[in-house]
Design a protein around this ligand. Sequence first.
Ligand code: ZN
Length: 376
Amino acid sequence: MIERRHALLSPTPGTSRELLSLHYGPPGTGRKVAIQASLHADEVPGLLVAHHLRSRLGELEAQGSLQGEIVLVPFANPVGLSQWVLGSHEGRFDLASGENFNRLYADLAPRAAEILEPRVRGGADVGVADARAALLQACAELTVTTELQCLRRTLLGLAIDAEVVLDLHCDNEAVLHLYTLPALWPEVEPLARLTGSRAVLVADLSGDEPFDEACSAVWQRLSAALSERAGCKIEFPAACVGVTVELRGERDVTHEFARADAEAILQYLAWRGFIAGAPQRLPDLLCEATPLAGSIPVLAPQGGVLVHARPLGSVVKRGEVVAEIVDPLGGHAMPLASPTDGVLYARESRRFVTAGTRVCKVAGREAVRSGKLLSD
Ligand SMILES: [Zn+2]
């Protein structure tokens, strides 16, 4: 294993942070996986999964079982990890800018297309390896002026040339679920089986450039940008399987969960040929892929005490009561109904909410939302 430390741009004199990446397996095979934990720094389950992955990857490497490079970033956000305000951890938004740590990753396709264009015009064959090199160059050229921008460039530089990118997150309270591109579902389905996912939410464009899409959707964009520049049809395959893995809820931090999740990830990598010994048989699939645009939040129309009415993972019908808001002033309880048929896969963890809070989310089959599909 090779350990690399990446110094982040220092925001003020006398302060500095660094990102750690652990590199297992043989580099330079053209095959690479990137796994990162807790980009939203207050989403802790991924940190524990990375802890278990670390020791297992060490064992597998010692046995000579790794057949490609596996990069593990055991804490993806040292900036967010340090943001403690009056006793509370604020790990989702950068306090200096207000920006979400998992948004605004650069679209590297235009610059990579510019780098590749002369070779295409010169009649050379341009393949996935060339494109990965161009994407790495485009990433390295990004200008950064803040610590946050430097963090984003560093993370993207570790993952943009990977064939599999797993970004480990969690929700408030949730069953395990995944986000990915619709076209990648056949590639992601074994991961859904191995992790026991209860929902898979797919979208071509979630909005605001989350990390997994910056790594996966870039391939389609690069094909389009290079075709336009070179004046001929260039079509790269979907060369990166990017997935955001939501490891249940923020308090689901146990060795049992983390060990099992780490093992599921390793089994998936074995299925993809990164580790010797693929699983004989994949477990049953517990859900289908549904559009992210069909995941409907239930909003609190008024503030009050939140009482959930259905357990996580419930299959609910439209109109079925999923929660109540109890108004301590008026003394009445307002029932909240599911807006769609689907799986109740995530819900608010606080028990007092203000008007407009998303109290839970139901994954339905029908795409009814548009615009930015992710919550802030
Ligand atoms: Zn997150």
